[in-house]
Design a protein around this ligand. Sequence first.
Ligand code: AMP
Ligand code: ZN
Length: 474
Amino acid sequence: MQKIFLHNTLTKKKEEFKPIKEGEVGIYSCGPTVYNFVHIGNLRSYIFADTLHRVLAYNGYKVKHVMNITDVDDKTIRDSQAAGISLKDFTDKYTASFFEDLEKININKDEYIFPRATENIQGMVALIKKLLDKGFAYKAEDGSIYFAISKFKDYGKLSGVDFERDSKSRVDNDEYAKEEAHDFALWKAWDEKDGDVFWETELGKGRPGWHIECSVMSSANLGETFDIHTGGIDLIFPHHENEIAQSEAANDKKFVNYWLHNEMLMVDSQKMSKSLNNVYTLQDIINKGFNPMAFRYLCLQTHYKQKQNFTWEALKFAANTIESLVDILVIAKDQSKGKPKGSILKDYQEKFLEKINEDLNLSGALSIIFELLETESAGLISIPDMLETIFDFDKVLGLQIKEFVEKKSMVPEEAKKDAEERKRAKETNNYSKSDELRTKIQKQGVKIIDVQNNNYILSSSTAVFYNPNNDARK
Ligand code: AMP
Ligand code: ZN
C-alpha cells in the first residue's frame, strides 16, 4: 500500500497515516444538526469528508464511515416548538432534505452509517454514569450533570485552550450553576422550555448535551479508539475538545488517532453560517441554473485546509471548466468509437496517487487530468487509455464524469438523420443544403463538428453545469 500523509490537528503535523487495523479505516464525521436546511458551507465539510473516504478507498482500504445526525439539542427543540410540530416530525423533514442534498452532490449514502442522537440515548446515559462513577462528572442543583474540566489533565490538547491562562473567557461566562465556568453539560435536566422532549433515565428526567452525543455515536460504531475524526475547524473548540475529554476520561484510552479539520467556506470574508444570515443552500445554486457537480468541482479546487471564498463568479468559472472538460471527452469518445476499451495508465495513476495521498491535494490531482488531455492531443497516449484513466480518477473526485460524457453524447434521432443527410449533401458538393442542415441541427441543441472525409461528431451543445436558462425563478 502507498503511504498516505494527513495533517493531524492533534499533533499539528502532517503525519503518515497508520491504521489501527491493517487495511481498514474507521472515520467519524460530525454531521448536521437537523433544525434547518444544510447550507453549502456545511456541504463543503461533507464533500471534504467524502473525498477523504474516497482517497482511502482508492488506496485499497475498507472504509467504515459514520456521520451522525444531531436530532436533539437546544436548536432543534426551540425551532420545532416554534413550528408547532413534534421534534421527530420536525427533524425528519430536515434529515430527509439533508439526504437529498448528499445524493445531489454525489455522496453515496449507502457507504455511510448515519446514527441519530435520539436512538442512542442509552449509550449516552451509560457513558455519563461512568464519568460520574470515576469522579469526572457531578450533578448540579437543578439535576443537570456537568463534566469537571479541572479533573481531566489533558484538557486543551487538541485546541490549545488553557483556561488558567485565558482567564478572560472565564469572566465572560455567566452560567453560575456549574462549579467552574467552563464545565459543560453532559445531561440537561428537564425544564419547561423542553416541553415534551425528555427521557426518563437513571440520570433523571432530561436530555443529553450535544458533545456527549458524538462521543457515544462514534465509539458505538467504531470502538473506543478509532482512526480518523473530521469536522470543520469551528468545531475544534469546544466540541471536539469536549469529545476527547469525555471519551478519554471514561475509557482511559486514546479516543482518536487523527483529527482532520476543514477550513470554512466564506462569503465576503465572513464564515457562511446560519447565525450570520449569509447562507446559500444547494437549492439556491440549482435555482440559478447550476448543476450541483459544479459546486463539487469548486470545492475540489481549494485545499480543505484553506479558506474558500464563495462567489457566483467562481462557481461559474468552475462550471465552465468542467463543462469544457466533458465536451473534450465527448469528442474524444466519439473519435475512438469502435476501438477496444483502454486501460488505466499506471504512470499517471502513480502521479495521481502522489497528489491525493499528500494530504488530499485535489487541485494537484485535477491538474493531472489536464495533463492527460495534453498528452493525448500530442499523440503520446491513446484516447481509450486516456478515457479509462480519467474515469478511474473520478472514483476519487466523484464528479460523475463518465455519466456526463454519456449524457452529452446523446443527441436526438432527428439530428442524427439530418447529419447523415448533410454528409451526403457534402459528398455531392451541395453546400447550400449542407449549410441549411447544419443550422437545423444546431437548432436542436446539437453541436456538429466536421472531421476528415466528410465525417462528423455530434454532441449536445446544451451546457449542463451552468445554464442560466434553467434558472427556476424565471
Ligand atoms: P453544524 O450543523 O453547524 O454542526 O455543521 C455541520 C458541519 O459543517 C460541521 O463540520 C461544521 O464545522 C461545518 N461547517 C459549518 N459552517 C461551515 C462553513 N461555513 N464552511 C465549512 N464548513 C462549515
Ligand atoms: Zn460532533
